[in-house]
Design a protein around this ligand. Structure first.
Ligand SMILES: Cc1cc2nc3c(=O)[nH]c(=O)nc-3n(C[C@H](O)[C@H](O)[C@H](O)COP(=O)(O)OP(=O)(O)OC[C@H]3O[C@@H](n4cnc5c(N)ncnc54)[C@H](O)[C@@H]3O)c2cc1C
Length: 415
């Protein structure tokens, strides 16, 4: 990767840099996008400061995302940091009148070694950053985007340090408050939930045996996801008041309380690492592409952490956009013109809409006291436990919709 000295560090303003694509944001979506494009011969700039150092979350990368990382030769470096998710257990802990039986899904039913692999965000981001640094075709500009103007067949991006980049397409991977989205004039629909997620890492007395366990509680899911060794990450979705109460407990009291809420499935719990609280909300961009800009990851969609869907959906954006841009170039088209952008929007809209709706409905069904809603959720889980074809369909679609799997997620190259 070439690293560009910022204009602010030199006496004279640097001349504008011309690239095919400028990716803004160096979270996992942005780095994956920049790597994909640079490795497929696009002159690519990645405009962003280093990814957040304080992100102690983990991400379950589902099988389709792993396939994409494998195809891009990134998986070998990432895999040693991961724990396999071979079994997924859903426990109805709502304590309500109508409750579903416990359901366990097993990856072997799909003839897969695992549904996916869980990794600390710090490890994932570090490995992606290393791959960026080792990709000479990728120009990294270590500064935040300050402004973006689109006119005359290109996008002009200026950084806070004063660098200017001229690109055929600007790709917003700059998270939920995306400046690229705003500059492109793309409106959003956003909403809040009366919930927060308390996130932390635990050590436990009983091995997890590669089981991920999701308790459905009346305030939201309480999910334990395996990490390497006798460790798991916890995402505990509760009211903001309960999250604050839990976060204020000392380590011993919090360990005991979490063991109680986890029905001791993993034995004694010891808190390791810090506690983080994420207020929950949702966001959908009205379109994922317009005005020489395309959006990927949380710049395009945000929803609660249920079923490990967020970044997996974001990586499907990345794979699909890469596929559209390679195809547009092969046809001799301008990659930032409306044809390629519309193809991207058409390819992604159904997947984004169905995932957002499914996660929203599941979350709201947990919060609802209405008996018909509880009955529907319970019947759904009951059938998933008993009816084999439905089980397999739910498992397969939970990983990624068959209809929306880009080539890279089917192990196919773009060349
Ligand atoms: C508690 C929790 C648990 C989760 N667990 C999972 C899971 O198991 N599986 C899963 O798939 N998803 C999960 N998610 C969702 C997942 O974390 C997100 O989808 C993912 O982090 C989004 O990545 P991103 O790269 O799109 O955005 P971000 O990680 O937000 O990255 C955006 C980047 O853009 C940069 N940026 C912002 N503005 C600018 C600017 N002006 N100029 C340059 N750079 C800028 C930021 O600094 C940041 O580095 C979880 C979410 C939460 C809250």
């Amino acid at each position: 990767m070439a690293k560009r000295a910022s204009a602010a560090k030199t006496d004279t303003p640097a001349a504008p840099t011309e690239v095919d694509a400028a990716v803004v944001g160096a979270g996992p979506s942005g780095m994956a996008m920049a790597l994909l494009l640079a490795r497929h011969g696009f002159r690519t700039a990645l405009i962003a400061p280093e990814a957040m150092a304080g992100d102690d979350r983990t991400t379950a990368l589902l099988e389709s995302s792993v396939e994409m990382l494998r195809t891009l030769d990134l998986w070998e470096a990432i895999e040693p940091h991961t724990a396999a998710l071979r079994h997924m257990r859903i426990v109805d802990g709502t304590g309500r009148l109508i409750r579903a039986p416990e359901v366990v899904f097993d990856a072997s039913e799909l003839e897969l070694p695992a549904f996916g692999y869980n990794i600390a965000n710090l490890d994932l981001n570090r490995e992606l950053a290393k791959a960026c640094a080792e990709t000479p075709e990728l120009l990294r500009i270590d500064s935040k985007l300050a402004s973006l103007v689109t006119a005359g067949g290109h996008a002009e991006l200026t950084t806070e340090a004063g660098d200017t980049v001229i690109a055929r397409i600007a790709i917003g991977a700059d998270g939920r408050k995306s400046m690229v989205r705003e500059a492109a004039g793309i409106a959003v629909k956003d909403w809040r939930y009366p919930q927060s997620a308390l996130v932390l890492t635990l050590e436990h007395g009983v091995p997890h045996h590669n089981h991920s366990t999701e308790f459905h509680t009346p305030s939201g899911p309480f999910t334990l996801v395996p990490l390497k060794g006798r460790k798991s990450s916890l995402v505990c979705v509760v009211s903001p008041e309960d999250a604050a109460y839990l976060a204020d407990l000392d380590d011993a009291a919090l360990g005991l309380e979490l063991e109680r809420r986890a029905a001791s499935v993993l034995g004694k719990m010891t808190i390791v690492g810090k506690r983080q609280i994420y207020p929950l909300g949702g966001l959908t961009a009205r379109t994922v592409a317009d005005n020489r800009c395309a959006l990927v990851g949380e710049a395009a969609h945000v929803f609660p952490p249920i079923g490990a869907q967020g970044l997996n959906l974001g990586l499907r954006d990345v794979a699909a956009l890469g596929e559209m841009l390679v195809a547009a170039r092969r046809r001799g088209e301008d990659i930032g013109a409306s044809g390629a952008l519309q193809a991207y929007e058409r390819a992604r809209r159904p997947d984004i809409a169905t995932r957002t709706t499914a996660v929203d409905l599941l979350n709201r069904s947990l919060l609802s006291d209405l008996l018909p809603v509880q009955a529907l959720r319970s019947v759904g889980l009951y059938l998933a436990g008993r009816v084999s074809p439905l089980r397999r369909l739910m498992m397969r679609e939970g990983i990624a919709p068959m209809m929306a799997r880009p080539r890279l997620m089917r192990g196919l190259s773009l060349r």
